[in-house]
Write a protein that binds this ligand. Structure first.
Ligand SMILES: [Cu+2]
Length: 130
């Protein structure tokens, strides 16, 4: 009896949770639920001395007010970056100031729609040679 009544409801309620758990299990890291699926850094390298907008696409909506993005430069210097939401869901626009040549990273801590926080680092190089 219970088998007939519950499955549909159970599936609807718990599958997302189970999916969350399964996805989390393999990586021992904290909840990885706003994952970057695309980054403009891949096809559009940052030019020397040019303000840029880096666009990240996440697989989930991101709560901008609870998220933080930093530019990390040599010597582990953190500089907070301004973020805005893009036109598409899960799209985050990061305003990157003009940079001189060198190695940098964008460190983000985003709060996903499902309440999980994801922290990750995207490294990139600014180089005059293209
Ligand atoms: Cu999740």
């Amino acid at each position: 009896m219970i088998d007939k009544l519950l499955p549909a409801t159970l599936r609807r309620l718990f599958l997302p949770l189970i999916a969350c758990g399964l996805l989390l299990a393999p990586t021992a890291e904290v909840a990885a639920h706003a994952v970057v699926t695309e980054s403009s850094l891949k096809h559009k390298p940052i030019e020397v001395n040019h303000e840029t907008e880096v666009v990240l696409h996440f697989n989930s909506n991101v709560e901008l007010g609870l998220s933080k993005v930093f530019l990390v430069s040599k010597g582990d210097i953190y500089h907070p970056l301004e973020i805005a939401s893009g036109k598409k869901p899960g799209q985050v626009i990061i305003k990157v100031p003009a940079l001189s040549e060198g190695d940098y990273a964008i460190k983000y801590k985003v709060f996903a729609a499902d309440g999980h926080i994801t922290e990750d680092v995207l490294r990139f190089k600014v180089s005059a040679q293209r």
